[in-house]
Design a protein around this ligand. Structure first.
Ligand code: 8YV
Length: 328
């Protein structure tokens, strides 16, 4: 098949330079008004496309995939996480899935650090106070938070993003601890002065701040369950820029309300775009609308990766960012 004859359906509005390049290369259907596709619209797209370019807001489940036309051979996801795609059904139907790893690492790590700083230092609370007009001026005991320097940071998931978080956290004087399926290279551990915990439970019980940086897979759903969250000490903070589903959100909310945890910084939620109103009412949380990778540079790089994956696939080669289920 030639590029020109390849029918690509893009489910959301992408940065202009990416959309322009896609239009130059392929037979493309864009979503200019950016209205998320309904399930029925996703099924219709899968019936029509050779290549589907979805994002995290599209649930590409078995219902979509079994109705796909036989020419749908590639799902070139715009984003790194692929938990919204039923990978097993895609594999059964011979559909290749690609993602966009690497290019959003630094931006997501920056946002993680922003939350690690924002929650203990009460950034959002301070800003709310100032904007409310109620600030009476400086006071020796006004807006006291907690020091970051010297605290223990426990990173859950030491992949690209987890390691980038660790590098930054070192510069803020934090002690790095991590739990990962596999221990990272000795050299990386030395560089980061990182302590590996084979037991997540044991690590959680000793940390001051915990950062979630692992993907959401069947194995990590509610990895931070009510039981595990209860291992955290009451002065601990938790930050999540990965996926809401990794934490049992109801259990987290209960603990925050009962002051069994000091606070949380959340960029992701279990039922996006819905955010539990109980969280919205809390002062000891900083809440962001899933914007960890939201830089124009990052989104253009992600689009470039999507284009390279499609081109390589159409050329008949294995695309560079194939998602191999077992490796997630
Ligand atoms: C993306 C993300 O913006 O890439 C990911 O996994 O979580 C986000 O930062 C989003 O997924 C785009 O589909």
């Amino acid at each position: 098949m030639t590029y020109r004859k390849t029918k690509v359906i893009v489910t959301r509005k992408l940065p202009d330079p990416i959309e322009t390049r896609l239009m130059e290369l392929f037979d493309v259907r864009l979503n200019l008004d950016d209205k998320p596709f309904t399930h029925a619209e996703l099924i219709a797209a899968a019936k029509d496309a050779d290549v589907l370019v979805p994002t995290v807001t599209d649930r590409i489940d078995a219902g979509v995939l079994v109705q796909a036309n036989p020419d749908l051979r590639l799902i070139a996801n715009f984003g790194t996480g692929v938990d919204h795609i039923d990978l097993a059904t895609a594999r059964q139907r011979g559909i290749t899935v690609t993602n966009t790893p690497g290019v959003l690492t630094e931006d997501t790590a920056d946002m993680t650090l922003a939350l690690i700083l924002a929650v203990p230092r009460r950034l959002s609370e301070g800003e709310r106070l100032l904007r409310s007009g109620d600030w009476g001026g400086w006071a020796p005991t006004g807006m006291l938070g907690h020091r970051i320097w010297g605290k223990r940071l426990g990173i859950v998931g030491m992949g690209r993003i987890g390691s980038a978080v660790a590098r930054r956290a070192r510069a803020f004087g934090m002690q790095i601890h991590y739990h990962n399926r596999n221990r990272v290279h000795e050299e990386t551990e030395r560089e980061l002065e990182a302590t590996y915990w084979e037991s997540l439970d044991q690590m959680l019980a000793r940390m001051d701040i915990v950062s979630v940086n692992c993907p959401h897979t069947p194995a990590t759903f509610h990895l931070l369950s009510a039981r595990r969250l209860a291992l955290l000490r009451p002065h601990a903070y938790i930050v999540n820029t990965a996926r809401g589903e990794v934490i049992d959100e109801n259990a987290l909310i209960r603990m925050l309300r009962n002051k069994e945890l000091a606070g949380a910084g959340l960029d992701v939620f279990e039922h996006e775009p819905a955010v539990n109103p109980k969280l919205l009412a809390m002062d000891n949380v900083v809440l962001l609308p899933h914007m960890g990778s939201a830089t124009i540079e990052g989104r253009i790089d992600m689009g470039e990766k999507v284009i390279i994956n499609i081109k390589t696939f159409v050329d008949g080669h294995a695309p560079p960012d194939r998602v191999l289920e077992g490796l997630l």
